[in-house]
Write a protein that binds this ligand. Structure first.
Ligand code: 5GP
Ligand code: MN
Length: 336
């Protein structure tokens, strides 16, 4: 962050304010961890913060401190709209384009209060007064740690704030294994452990949270996996019917996409999940090395993300979407 940005932040935060903190739609561990970390930090600075999520967050995050105070826009549009309108400052965390909030974008676009963006995705839109955007970070939570540090308030990072920050670092780094996990990431984590987090317990809460049915759904997904061996690609499909069969709940498909990359020599994998209600196929893409799935998602699937993890959607049927994907893969110069 520049000196000017820091000065702007200090002046914005100098007097108590009503502050709305927004994660992206379908928030993950990093989105919820970062927004709740910032929430607890701003509370300590005597502000009146509130986290407003565009839609429900998954169950495996419902233990996060103060997650019960999070407002859900799509569940109560009238009330949350009023709260948003009365906010004097808006933080958007873990995304950089208002459309990532779904329907809520229309309300956000009309707000007069200044925006502050903290995010690690590529190509940020130009909607914020202060844009703290850096793709070198593995998680928005690590950025929130640095945000608090540059404001000279690191002493305020207590066990609660540290727990939220740790959650996003762990989930967005695949438990410290993705390439953006740096020595600094580990130093930050060391400080979080010094702040009193129970790191082992957080892993337990995040990952030992399966239901029998979600494991059966995983089994189904693995059976559906296809491998395009000559093209170093694998993919998984899950139809709405299959999701219904295993009583799918939000979060149940989290992480399944990564199994496709665990096959030897596979460098690109995808999962296609049908959502009949929204009339889309939700797509998650993962890669290893320099194969750029952000580009693939942007070019072909109305999405984006990072070089090794991206997402998007298709408005075609599952069959047509898969045919299109296979054709892209067969013709891709880097998959021959
Ligand atoms: P996931 O596959 O876990 O949903 O998302 C992987 C990465 O891609 C995340 O960093 C996420 O922010 C990004 N991403 C997922 N879906 C979309 C999308 O529809 N549009 C854009 N621009 N990015 C997405
Ligand atoms: Mn993130």
């Amino acid at each position: 962050m520049t000196e000017i940005q820091i000065a702007t932040l200090l002046s914005l935060l100098a007097s108590p304010k009503k502050i709305a903190i927004i994660p992206h739609r379908n928030p993950d561990g990093d989105a919820m961890g970062s927004t709740l970390a910032l929430y607890h930090f701003l509370l300590k600075l005597n502000h009146q913060p509130i986290v407003i999520s565009p839609n429900e967050f998954p169950d495996f995050l419902a233990w996060l401190p103060s997650s019960e105070s999070v407002l859900i826009y799509e569940k109560d549009k009238v009330n949350t709209k009023e709260v948003l309108k009365s906010a004097e400052l808006i933080f958007t965390l873990d995304f950089n384009a208002l459309h990532r909030t779904g329907e809520m974008q229309n309300v956000l676009a009309e707000l007069k209060a200044p925006f502050i963006m903290i995010d690690h995705h590529q190509a940020p839109d130009d909607y914020s007064l202060v844009t703290f955007s850096d793709t070198n970070y593995g998680s928005t939570c690590e950025m929130v740690f640095d945000f608090i540090s540059v404001l000279n308030q690191k002493n305020l990072i207590d066990t609660t704030i540290a727990t939220c920050i740790y959650t996003g670092i762990v989930t967005d780094s695949g438990s410290f294994k993705f390439p953006k996990t740096t020595a600094k990431t580990h130093r930050v984590v060391a400080e979080l452990i010094d702040a009193g987090i129970n790191n082992s317990e957080i892993h337990h809460l995040l990952f030992n949270n399966n239901s029998y049915e979600s494991l059966q759904l995983l089994g189904k997904a693995l059976q559906n996996m296809k491998v395009l061996k000559p093209h170093k690609t694998s993919y998984i499909t899950l139809t709405q019917e299959e999701l219904d069969q295993f009583h799918f709940k939000k979060g149940d498909t989290e992480g399944i996409v990564n199994y496709g990359l665990s096959i030897k020599n596979v460098i690109l994998t995808a999962i296609f999940i049908e959502n009949k209600e929204e009339g889309i196929i939700k797509i998650s893409l993962r890669s290893t090395g320099d194969f750029d799935v952000n580009e693939l998602a942007r070019l072909h699937f109305n999405g984006g993300g990072h070089i090794n993890a991206a997402g998007g959607k298709s408005f075609d049927s599952m069959k047509e979407t898969i045919l299109r994907f296979e054709e892209i893969v067969r013709n891709h110069p880097n998959l021959k």
